[in-house]
Ligand binder design. Structure first.
Ligand code: NAP
Length: 319
């Protein structure tokens, strides 16, 4: 008589993933899509031991508490600000994320937005396509090389942004919550002091309750009328109402934004501004990086179900 195979783990898919991840995951697990009205109607809630979610969607306390057998939340992203870590810890649920593998692409996006904004690449494209060039020259633009770049949040991505800007013969300053004694760059004591020193302020700090509105109206104003703001972190870290007011009034010169308060239904006033470059949260959205992120999600799931140490744990289970 052949042995009965062990039951396949049931994994709740809170956010979609590409087929190149889904196919290998289906070989090992029963994947269950989260219904729009929540997990209650699934009939399987007591059997789900892991869930996979995106950084943008996360997992709130209600979802975590609705899954009594949950052991692991695997985030397909580095930011876990939408995961209720207190609820996860209370329910003894491990949380993993996908650090490092996306750092380069997100840092590249910060540079791309800065260059597009300062050199008016998007306007130039429209100018060339429209034929306006036949009649006149496009207005002059601003430099990036040689300017002062301020980085809010010198974590993995912030550091990578600094290294890239260093190649543009810029001066680099930063504000970071904790001291960075090994950094050769100039530390400023507050985000506002950093903005006052900077020509271009790049926000790379983590999202979450503690950093909501960290870049506030005073910090934005301190950049001055020639200043540019670039945000690749989270829409919450910049006071968006104050930013829009500053862009409308000319308090600052422009903004390059990959993240917004109310994604994907962004504030319609952004569409009417001529001094912004907008990107629909594309920081990590390359094929190579998404494949590496998916591989890391799968490695965390595999390690968990094999009883091995989690490769990239944010919090581990006790016992
Ligand atoms: P990281 O290495 O963990 O760095 C996080 C940074 O945020 C550090 O500077 C850290 O300061 C700071 N920080 C964390 N909590 C803070 C708090 N409560 N108050 C003040 N500062 C705090 O993370 P990373 O890999 O660089 O990623 C940074 C962020 O980028 C992510 O959290 C995510 O929101 C965003 N992101 C965006 C995209 C995109 O597509 N646009 C993609 C990936 C990530 P300490 O050094 O003091 O800890």
């Amino acid at each position: 008589m052949s042995a009965v195979p062990p039951p396949r783990p049931k994994v709740l898919m809170v956010s979609p993933m590409p087929e190149w991840d889904i196919a290998p995951m289906r070989e090992a697990y029963d994947l269950i899509d989260l219904p729009a009205d929540g997990p209650e109607g699934l009939g399987l809630v007591s059997e789900i031991t892991a869930l996979v979610t995106s950084g943008g969607r996360g997992a709130d306390a209600a979802l975590i508490e609705a899954l009594p057998a949950l052991e692991l939340i695997a985030v397909y992203g580095v930011g876990y600000d939408k995961v209720d870590l207190a609820a996860a810890a209370r329910c003894n649920v491990a949380v993993t994320n996908t650090p490092d593998v996306l750092t380069a692409d997100v840092a590249d996006m910060a540079l791309a937005l800065t260059l597009a904004l300062a050199r008016r690449i998007v306007d130039g494209d429209a100018f060339a396509r429209s034929g306006a060039w036949r009649k006149e020259s496009m207005p002059l633009t601003g430099s990036v090389s040689g300017r002062k770049i301020g980085i809010v949040g010198l974590g993995r991505i912030g550091e990578a942004i600094g290294r890239r800007f260093a190649g543009f013969d810029t001066e680099i300053g930063y504000w970071n919550r904790s001291p960075k004694p090994l950094s050769a760059w100039r530390a400023l004591p507050t985000p506002s002091a950093l903005a006052a020193w900077s020509d271009i302020l790049v926000v790379a700090v983590a999202g979450g309750g503690d950093t909501v509105g960290l870049v506030d109206a005073a910090t934005i104003a301190a950049l001055g009328p020639d200043g540019l703001l670039v945000n690749i972190s989270r829409g919450t870290t910049v006071d968006e109402a104050a930013l829009i007011a500053a862009l409308e009034s000319g308090t600052i010169a422009g903004a390059g934004l990959d993240v917004f308060r109310n994604e994907p239904a962004i504030d319609p006033r952004f569409s009417r501004l001529g001094n912004v470059v907008l990107s629909p949260h594309q920081g990590s959205a390359t094929v190579a990086t998404r494949q590496a992120m998916g591989a890391l999600v799968r490695a965390n799931l595999a390690a968990h179900f094999a009883g091995e140490d989690l490769p990239t744990a944010v919090i581990r289970r006790l016992g």
